[in-house]
Design a protein around this ligand. Structure first.
Ligand code: 5AD
Ligand code: SF4
Length: 479
């Protein structure tokens, strides 16, 4: 799971789900989500499963019968945030709501399994990302006075038939999950252990979901997966088993470029984004599909992690510096106006000043539009934790992180300045945070634009001429 669009910083509060127009249930569910967009998407599946069991969601934890925290394990800090939240739940349980049942979902549940029950006494349920269909049974076990754990990972589960309950959204943009799990085994990453083998969702169910979203007023879908370029439907099952598929299955297989073209045909007013791409799996055909279809946005989140070939090799990323640069050149060649963002890790095992310099040089070459940058955080049981020493001092990791953040900030501003005076099509997503007289929306590049409302409404496409900018936002007027 490289960064999935709209990454949520672990420092921020998790999002609390609220169900609009929900069936009134007799019991209340409170659910908080942390980490990547996939977790937020999963929480909507969980809400949907429990809605059928007569649970309605609440934003008020003190009235909840069931409290869920959907967790992230990607860095140690993400896990610490969850531990802190559990302490808060504990005090609420003791002081206001003694009967509440507490469950831990997601990656941390999968990583710690039964150990969670020993470490956090208030936890009643531990449920991994592939076991949400079992929640009704697990809840019954807890009601009968037992603690319940299901952390079985599946090679097939994609929740394809479950219609997620769209909760905290704006009614215009939505996430649609297309793959689960990851087979890439980057040495620093805990995701292959917490989310299991890679598998793809039936394209017909994806198309159905996107069509229904369009029919109910949505105008943008982001196809979501840990590694979307690796999408491959051949009738179900794990990607690794494709080798053993029948001739017919192989001939009828749908890859990511095929899927993009199919979704793009739904309606030219439905924008398509996708996240996250992995450089080693991104094909020329995907770039072609993007350049052929105007409604596939000119934006690729293409995590690089390091600019040094030596470090990329230790990370097992499957490409080197030159191959990455070559991919960027090919993208820019076919789609000159394509925005590109990255994830970068500073201070990976053995990283030297020279490796760091190569990261900086790469950033200067690509001139990324955005970036999500992190200090390396050793995760238990990953290949890096087993094979290498986490030997870059904390102060050095931090200093290198600050350097790349500052550089990215400067480059984002420079890129935005180049857009001043130009006009872009913007999809209106909502009111600007600062003023009800202003809307905000995004360009094809995923850049936020703020402008005066005029006579338009949320969900409309408008042309906006850019007159000013900051590193993160464009400002302009409708023309
Ligand atoms: N330490 C720091 N950052 C990490 N990421 C993944 N694992 C780690 C780790 N152990 C980052 C990568 C990835 C993003 C989602 O999180 O940059 O693309
Ligand atoms: Fe992304 Fe690599 Fe982790 Fe897979 S193993 S989720 S590709 S960082």
């Amino acid at each position: 799971m490289e960064t999935l669009v709209k990454k949520i910083d672990e420092k921020k509060q998790g999002n609390v789900l609220s169900l609009k127009n929900q069936k009134r249930g007799t019991k209340k569910l409170y659910i908080e989500s942390y980490g990547c967009q996939m977790n937020f998407s999963d929480s909507e599946i969980v809400a949907s499963i429990l809605n059928k069991e007569n649970y309605s969601t609440t934003k008020d934890i003190s009235e909840a019968d069931l409290v869920f925290v959907n967790t992230c394990s990607i860095r140690e800090k993400a896990e610490q945030t969850v531990r802190k939240r559990l302490k808060v739940y504990n005090s609420i349980k003791k002081s206001v709501n003694p009967d509440m049942v507490v469950g831990v979902l997601g990656c941390m549940a999968e990583r710690l399994k039964e150990k969670f029950l020993d470490e956090e006494k208030l936890v009643d349920l531990v449920v991994g990302p592939d076991a949400y269909r079992d929640l009704p049974n697990l809840i019954k076990e807890v009601e009968d006075g037992r603690k319940a754990v299901n952390v079985i990972l599946s090679k097939e589960e994609t929740y394809a038939d479950i219609k997620p309950v769209r909760m905290s959204g704006n009614g215009v943009t939505a996430f649609v999950s297309i793959t689960r799990g990851c087979d890439n085994m980057c040495t620093f990453c805990v995701v292959p252990y917490t989310r299991g083998r890679e598998r793809s969702r039936n394209p017909l169910s994806i198309l159905k979901e996107c069509q229904e979203l369009y029919n109910s007023g949505y105008r943008e879908v982001t196809l979501l997966g840990q590694n979307v370029d690796s999408y491959l439907w051949y009738g179900g099952g794990p990607k690794i088993r494709f080798k053993r598929a029948t001739k017919e299955q192989k001939e009828n297989a749908v890859n990511f470029a095929n899927l993009l073209r199919m979704v793009a045909k739904i309606n030219n007013k439905l924008r398509i984004r996708f996240s996250t791409s992995n450089p080693q799996d991104m094909t020329e055909d995907v770039i072609d599909a993007m350049s052929e279809n105007k409604n596939i946005c000119n934006y690729i989140h293409l995590p690089v992690q390091s600019g040094s070939t030596r470090i990329l090799e230790l990370m097992n990323r499957g490409y080197n510096r030159e191959e990455y640069i070559n991919l960027i050149d090919r993208i820019k060649n076919k789609i000159p106006d394509c925005a590109i963002s990255m994830d970068m890790i500073t201070g990976f095992c053995t990283e030297t000043e020279n490796d760091h310099k190569q990261t900086i040089e790469l950033m200067k070459y690509v001139k990324y539009d955005y970036g999500y940058m992190f200090k390396y955080s050793e995760r238990p049981n990953t290949a890096a934790a087993k094979k290498f020493d986490d030997d870059v001092a904390e102060e050095i990791k931090q200093r290198r992180l600050v350097e790349i953040i500052n550089l990215q900030q400067k480059q984002s501003l420079e890129n935005n300045k180049l857009r001043i005076g130009k006009t872009f099509e913007v999809l209106i997503e909502g009111y600007s945070k600062r003023s009800k007289q202003h809307f905000y929306g995004r360009t094809t590049h995923n850049t936020v634009v703020v402008f005066k409302k005029e006579n338009c409404k949320i969900g409309d496409y408008v042309n906006v001429k850019i007159s000013d900018c900051t590193a993160g936002t464009l400002k302009g007027q409708i023309v």
